[in-house]
Write a protein that binds this ligand. Structure first.
Ligand code: GDP
Length: 196
């Protein structure tokens, strides 16, 4: 269980992130995938990450410190249909800069909506991660919304679609912000990595 979760800083410049003194885990995904809800569920902090962004709002890298032990990073979502090329360009520069430069980054959780068939935008993003050696862990969200077997079907379709991108099947978790499914598994993974 997480005891303390504190907001530290928001910024647009990867170079202005906090000094890399603790292991870091970042969260990213398509807008509306359930990222804020998942962060709030994991930390047991209702208002920690602001839910439901809107296109065009300021895109920020948000740092939190968890139990004074690791940094949690809420990254701006990708895939708004309506954002301008300029905004997409800024997102690319900021996020790809962050992901390739951040030396204390242990893993990035890429959130995938468990209700959907594999989405091109998610596959493109994880392909970019693989090419740039950014260590990813998949988190399938909103598992309470479908039957267990439908979720399993979508998860295995996604893993099949991701075959060829990775040599080994990436680590993945199935979660629900609604029921807190997957919370212990995700936090155990983070504990195991931070205790190395
Ligand atoms: P974000 O844009 O990725 O931060 O997504 P949000 O956390 O704001 O969630 C988008 C919408 O999905 C909101 O209406 C949430 O209430 C809903 N949602 C998020 N996670 C879950 C979940 O696990 N189960 C259900 N049933 N709804 C969820």
């Amino acid at each position: 269980m997480i005891k303390t979760a504190k907001f530290l800083v928001s910024n647009t410049d990867p170079n202005k992130c906090p000094a890399p003194t603790k292991p870091e885990f970042a969260f990213i995904g398509r807008s509306n995938v359930g990222k804020s809800s998942l962060i709030n569920m994991l930390t047991n902090h209702k208002g920690l990450a602001k839910t439901s962004g809107r296109p065009g709002k300021t895109q920020l890298i948000n740092h939190f410190v968890i139990d004074e032990k690791w940094f949690m990073v809420d990254l701006p979502g990708y895939g708004f249909a309506k954002v301008s090329k300029t905004l997409k360009g800024e997102w690319d520069k900021m996020i790809k800069g962050y992901l390739t430069q951040r030396e204390n980054l242990e893993a990035i959780f890429v959130l995938i909506d468990s209700r959907l068939e594999p989405q091109k935008i998610d596959l493109e993003f994880i392909l970019w991660c693989a090419e740039n050696e950014v260590p990813i862990v998949l988190i399938f969200t909103k598992a309470d919304k479908l039957s267990h077997s439908k979720v399993q079907g979508n998860v295995s379709n996604f893993l099949k679609a991701a075959k060829g991108i990775f040599e080994e099947t990436p680590l993945y978790f199935v979660t629900s912000a609604e029921s807190a499914k997957g919370r212990e598994e995700v936090l155990e993974f983070i504990d195991a990595v931070t205790e190395d």
